[in-house]
Design a protein around this ligand. Structure first.
Ligand code: DPP
Ligand code: ZN
Length: 880
């Protein structure tokens, strides 16, 4: 397959002004008539109209009123080219497609009898031939025609202009989108759906209609999504002065969806997972996920839709920025300082768990990639989450007000246009009179930089020096890296644990502050603080001010001190993680050398954890995170050679020793954090449930009668899904007598709720008791299917990515299973298959015996015939 390079970008030869489409919807054969008006692009000297089509049958093609025969155009490899076209062109294109056979879930497809579309990134070309690239923006008018009984609801982007009967049992609806948009934001929905609707008054006084569309029977699960939408609208007005520009905003839930959701103009289409919630079926995490995804897609209306990407290499322009915006929104929705910190910890955990490994592996790519084979493979944690960190760094460097000025200038300059990451950076720089040219390296260099910290205190001079040195390991195609522009937020603690006033030498500011943002721009730089009355304990990279690895030598006593006193909650958490990590890595070494995973000697860690667990001033949500050990994946990242069994054994031993040593404290925390009464998903109650369920999970590590009873009682009495699933997960990991019965009962109780059945599969897939054979058995369950992405993810992905000790079975059976599933999924849905293919991309990091078996599995997939370019790109790069 062909590699596409960023450097080859050329503007399109023709621009599209208007698009009129007529759909005759039928699951077996849908006819699409498209009428385009195009004109030559003054920015190009090309004279060919270039259209893309993927798997669509061309029925007829007319140019300026005349039918074009095969002599008038060339068609091959999904490209239709009309040579030497006139200045102004009207094209009439008729295509035929087969929605019911479309299992890729890209383009127009059928889910549970209803029609849906997904056009990002290049799905529109599965509907008709079109200049399907984001820098071609046009106004759309869309006529939908379908059987009235089967498809009573007909939706598309923008405003409903007209609807009526066609007489033959069919009806129609005509939609018009007043805004120019790229084709990836096109959407239609047709089917039997119902909606919750509300009106909302915008800041300007304009009234808008908000709708959440779902299948019948789900109207009791839409309120939270609706509330989240209203909160998002309000927040974007207040924080960024951005108002909803449409009269109607629709969200539609669909059970078969490749991703989380999609920001089609005025008609967002969502995975049901990010819409449907009530206390019976949704956990606290589900509620939070819905709130953030609803916000994310809504925020795209400005950052993505009004200002869009020039080409797909710029994907992070909209995604990094919009993730940053949804992160800030969620933090504001919690509202408290400790809530904000907890949200930050959560986001950094995701970054370390998923993005740091990506950045260190064979698929590593810059936030703005230079090349791709399949763009769908670049909807990554690097583009999204690291991209959001890059946007956050502007705010850290420029301040909140400076960042807002940059946003205002960005919209002033680029509203209605398709632009690049450089345009965003320049808006930030120009609005603040700053030179941000070095900052560009965050977009062009892959890899996680490493910042090393060295300090020196001079009591005589009352001076404290911090020397920061940066480096970045090679990544594919990038052997040498230039120094990044890294904001490092620093505080100094005195012996009482209080923040010292900071006087940074050369900063020119006489004002005392307690956190300084040091700007590291060279390989190595020394920063000097004056008037430092005693030797401080430095708190470095506060609030995780840059997406880097931080190498800093602390004693265990210093870590315990920071954990107890740092005013920066993020670094309090970080200190605890470092303390635990240090112990665990030492134990892994012992185990690798043939010793026992005896965690008994972890005295200082126990003391520190005990202090956190019993400190009643702390926010329970913070306690939960602080008392959770670094994950097996995060541990693996710290090692040169990964032995997943040693890591698992150590983490388990550590959990058991913490359970044992703090048994009484866990029991007290369990009782103290009950949330009796009616369920509410608010952050405070959710935090308590989180800590309570963590206490339960630790206690169940003891696997004794008392713990079993506790879990069983919680299961029996639960009035919400968070408590129910918390208890079930605890039981599933134990040898409790009620384990099997609880699992069976859970299924019976929730058989009708697809999202809960997903949880049931997922929980078993990740149970330490589930091996490859048990997963194969679960695949034979009547409720299992590979065709539904959520279901495939719930069992297959959960096992391969979320159950390392079983997946990495010494005999390689996990890898064989993985290869089989990648191959099976490849034939159904390449995008989902390619995601699963990523599971083994870090195979070179494992111990030799496992490495060989992983490589064989990868080679097996690579040698499969009719591999999609999605999967081919992943396995080829993994083996390279
Ligand atoms: N553009 C979508 C999103 O991230 C991806 N399907 O919101
Ligand atoms: Zn997005």
């Amino acid at each position: 397959p062909q590699t596409i390079y960023r450097k080859d970008y050329a503007p399109p030869a023709y621009l599209v002004e208007t698009v009129e489409m007529g759909f005759d919807l039928d699951p077996d054969l849908t006819r699409v008539a498209t009428r385009l008006t195009l004109s030559r692009n003054p920015e190009s000297d090309g004279k060919s109209v270039v259209l893309y089509g993927d798997g669509v049958q061309l029925v007829q093609l007319r140019m300026n009123g005349r039918e074009l025969t095969r002599r008038g155009y060339a068609l091959g490899n999904g490209v239709l080219e009309i040579f030497n076209a006139p200045e102004q062109v009207t094209l009439e294109i008729e295509t035929a497609i087969h929605p019911a056979l479309n299992t890729s879930l890209m383009g127009l497809y059928v889910s549970n009898g209803n029609f849906f579309t997904q056009c990002e990134a290049e799905g529109f070309r599965k509907i008709t031939f079109f200049p399907d690239r984001p820098d071609v923006m046009a106004k759309y008018k869309v006529m939908l025609r379908a059987d009235k009984k089967k498809y009573p609801v007909l939706l598309s982007n923008g405003n409903l202009i007209e609807q009526g009967d066609l007489g033959d049992g069919r009806h129609y609806a005509l939609w018009e989108d007043p805004f120019k948009k790229p084709s990836y934001l096109f959407a239609l929905v047709a089917g039997s759906l119902v909606c919750q609707e509300e009106t909302c008054t915008l800041k300007s006084g304009r009234e808008v209609l908000l709708q959440v569309w779902v299948e019948e029977g789900n109207l009791d699960k839409t309120q939270h999504a609706m509330d989240s939408l209203k909160h998002s609208i309000r927040w974007d007005e207040e924080r960024y002065g951005l108002e909803l520009d449409l009269d109607r905003f629709m969200i539609v839930a669909v059970g078969d969806f490749n991703m989380g959701a999609m920001e089609n103009k005025g008609l967002n289409i969502f995975n049901t997972k990010y819409v449907l919630a009530n206390p019976r079926i949704a956990t606290d995490a589900d509620y939070a996920g819905i709130e953030s995804v609803v916000a994310h897609e809504y925020f795209h209306n400005w950052t993505g839709n009004r200002v869009t990407c020039r080409d797909w290499f710029q994907l992070s322009l909209k995604e990094g920025l919009t993730v940053f915006r949804d992160q800030e929104f969620s933090a504001d929705m919690i509202g408290t300082d400790s809530g904000r910190a907890v949200k930050r910890i959560e986001d950094v955990r995701v970054l370390r768990q998923a993005q740091f490994p990506e950045d260190a592996g064979p698929m590593a790519h810059p936030v703005r990639p230079d090349s791709y084979v399949e763009i769908n493979n670049f909807y990554t944690v690097t583009v999204y989450e690291k991209g959001a960190e890059v946007v956050r760094m502007y705010q850290t460097l420029l301040g909140r007000d400076g960042f807002r000025k940059g946003m205002d200038l960005y919209f002033e300059r680029h509203d209605g246009h398709a632009v690049t990451c450089d345009d965003f950076r320049l808006a930030m720089a120009d609005a603040n009179g700053r030179d941000l040219s070095q900052f560009e390296l965050w977009y062009s260099q892959a890899g996680t930089p490493r910042v090393k910290v060295e300090t020196a205190y001079d009591a005589g001079q009352e001076a404290f020096e911090i020397t920061l040195s940066q480096s970045c390991a090679p990544t594919p195609g990038q052997a040498e890296k230039k120094p990044f522009h890294i904001p490092v937020a620093v505080g100094l603690l005195d012996s009482q644990g209080l923040d010292m006033p900071l006087f940074l030498d050369g900063s020119g500011s006489a004002e005392a502050f307690t956190t300084a943002v040091l700007e590291l721009t060279e390989s190595s730089q020394t920063f000097r603080f004056k008037h430092v009355k005693e030797k401080p304990v430095p708190s470095v990279l506060r609030n995780f001010s840059a997406p880097v690895h931080l190498d800093i030598d602390y004693t265990e006593a210093e870590l315990a001190f920071l954990m107890a006193h740092d005013s920066d909650a993020f670094n309090r958490w970080e200190a605890g993680q470092r303390l635990a990590m240090r112990r665990m890595l030492a134990l892994v070494k012992t185990v690798r050398e043939g010793g026992q995973a005896d965690a008994g000697a972890a005295g200082p860690l126990h003391d520190a954890f005990r202090a956190t667990l019993t400190d009643s001033r702390l926010d329970p949500a913070f306690q939960e995170f602080a008392l959770t050990l670094p994950s097996e994946t995060v541990l693996a990242e710290q090692l040169d050679v990964v032995d997943p069994h040693a890591i698992h054994a150590v983490r388990q031993a550590m959990r058991r020793s913490l359970a044992q040593a703090l048994r009484g404290e866990w029991q007290i925390a369990y009782q103290a954090n009950r949330t009796p009464g009616e369920y509410s998903p608010d952050a405070e109650s959710a935090g308590k449930r989180g800590l309570k369920n963590l206490a339960l999970a630790y206690l169940v590590e003891l696997d004794d009668d008392a713990a079993h009873r506790l879990a069983q009682t919680q299961y029996d009495n639960a009035n919400n899904m968070t408590d129910r699933i918390g208890a079930l997960a605890a039981l599933a990991n134990s040898s409790a007598p009620g384990r099997e019965q609880a699992l069976a009962r859970f299924y019976e109780d929730f058989e009708q709720e697809a999202l809960v059945v997903d949880k049931w599969f997922s929980l078993q897939a990740m149970s330490r008791k589930t091996d490859v054979a048990a997963v194969r058995e679960l695949m034979r369950h009547p409720a299992f299917t590979l065709k539904n992405p959520n279901r495939a993810r719930s069992l297959i992905f959960s096992f391969c990515n979320g159950n390392p000790s079983q997946f990495h079975a010494a005999d390689g059976s996990g890898y064989e299973f993985w290869a089989e599933q990648v191959i099976a999924l490849n034939a159904i849905n390449p995008q989902v298959a390619a995601r699963l293919a990523r599971t083994l991309d870090r195979w070179r990091k494992y111990e030799p015996a496992l490495q060989q078996k992983m490589k064989a599995a990868l080679q097996k997939v690579a040698a499969t015939r009719s591999l999609s370019k999605d999967v081919l790109e992943v396995v080829t790069k993994s083996l390279a």
